[in-house]
Design a protein around this ligand. Structure first.
Ligand SMILES: [Mn+2]
Length: 239
C-alpha cells in the first residue's frame, strides 16, 4: 500500500506545521502533497514557504498564495508579500491549480477550493448539488473524478454521495472546530486503474497554540485579534 499525507492552509503558522511534519515522519510517510494557502495570517510566511518547498512533492495554489504573490493589495497581503523574496514569489505564482492521479482504481483530483477557481467556497453544509460541481472535468478532455480532496474552508470532513467521495483535509495553521492542526492520509495502490481497497484518514495533531499566538503578536501581524481568536477558539472571529 502507498501512503500520501495531504496538508493544507498552513497560513504561516510554524509551530503547527512542525507538529504535523513530525507526526507524518513518525508514521513513516514519505510523500506529502500541499493544497495551498501557505502564507497569510501567522508570523512566518518566509519560513513556511521554504519548508513546504523542501518537503512537499506537489503544491497547488490557494487564494491567499494568489493574493499575496500576485495582487499584494491591502495591509495583510502587503505585510506577507514584503517578507518573501523574489524566488518565493515566483514559486507561489507558478503553482498549478490542481493535480490528479489514479489510486486503487479511483481518479483522485486535489485542489485548494475548486479545480479551476481558488475563490469558489464550498462549505461543509452546502447541498450535494452545490458540492457536485467539484467533480466536474476542469478542462476539455478531462474526466469527472471519483474522489475530490480540497482545503480552503478549514473544516475537515469526509462525505460520500452519488458514488463519489468528497474530502476536506482541514487546516494545519488555522484549524476550526477543534484547535488542533488537521491533515489527511490517503492510502491505496498508487497508479492502479483496477479497484482495490482505499482509505482516507483525518488526523488531528496538538501543537503549541500559545507559541503561535505569541509569535504573531511579536511579529505584529495585521488583524492579530482576529487571528488569535481563531487559533484559541477554533471559530471564525465575529466582533
Ligand atoms: Mn485558507
Amino acid at each position: 500500500m502507498d501512503r500520501i499525507a495531504i496538508i493544507s492552509d498552513i497560513h504561516s503558522n510554524m509551530p503547527a506545521l512542525e507538529a504535523v511534519l513530525a507526526d507524518i515522519k513518525e508514521r513513516g510517510i514519505k510523500r506529502i502533497i500541499c493544497l495551498g494557502d501557505l502564507v497569510g495570517k501567522g508570523a512566518n510566511p518566509k519560513e513556511v514557504v521554504d519548508i513546504i518547498r523542501n518537503t512537499c512533492e506537489t503544491v497547488v495554489k490557494g487564494n491567499w498564495d494568489y493574493l499575496v504573490a500576485e495582487v499584494a493589495d491591502g495591509e495583510t497581503m502587503k505585510w506577507n508579500n514584503i517578507r518573501l523574496d523574489e524566488e518565493q514569489i515566483d514559486f507561489l505564482k507558478n503553482l498549478p491549480l490542481y493535480i490528479e492521479f489514479y489510486i486503487s482504481g479511483k481518479l483522485v483530483r486535489m485542489c485548494h477550493a475548486a479545480p479551476n477557481d481558488v475563490f469558489l467556497r464550498i462549505r461543509s453544509n452546502c447541498t450535494v448539488e452545490e458540492k457536485s460541481v467539484l467533480f466536474n472535468p476542469p478542462k476539455n478532455g478531462a474526466k469527472e473524478c471519483d474522489v475530490l480532496i480540497y482545503g480552503d474552508i478549514h473544516v475537515a470532513y469526509i462525505q460520500n454521495f452519488n458514488q463519489k467521495t468528497l474530502i476536506n483535509v482541514g487546516s494545519v495553521g488555522v484549524p476550526l472546530q477543534v484547535s488542533q492542526a488537521s491533515y489527511a492520509i490517503l492510502e491505496g495502490k498508487l497508479d492502479e486503474r483496477t479497484e482495490a481497497p482505499i482509505s482516507f484518514t483525518l488526523v488531528r495533531v496538538p501543537y503549541d497554540v500559545e507559541k503561535a499566538v505569541r509569535d504573531a503578536k511579536e511579529a505584529k501581524v495585521p488583524n492579530f485579534e482576529k487571528y488569535s481568536h481563531e487559533l484559541n477558539y477554533g471559530q471564525v472571529y465575529r466582533p
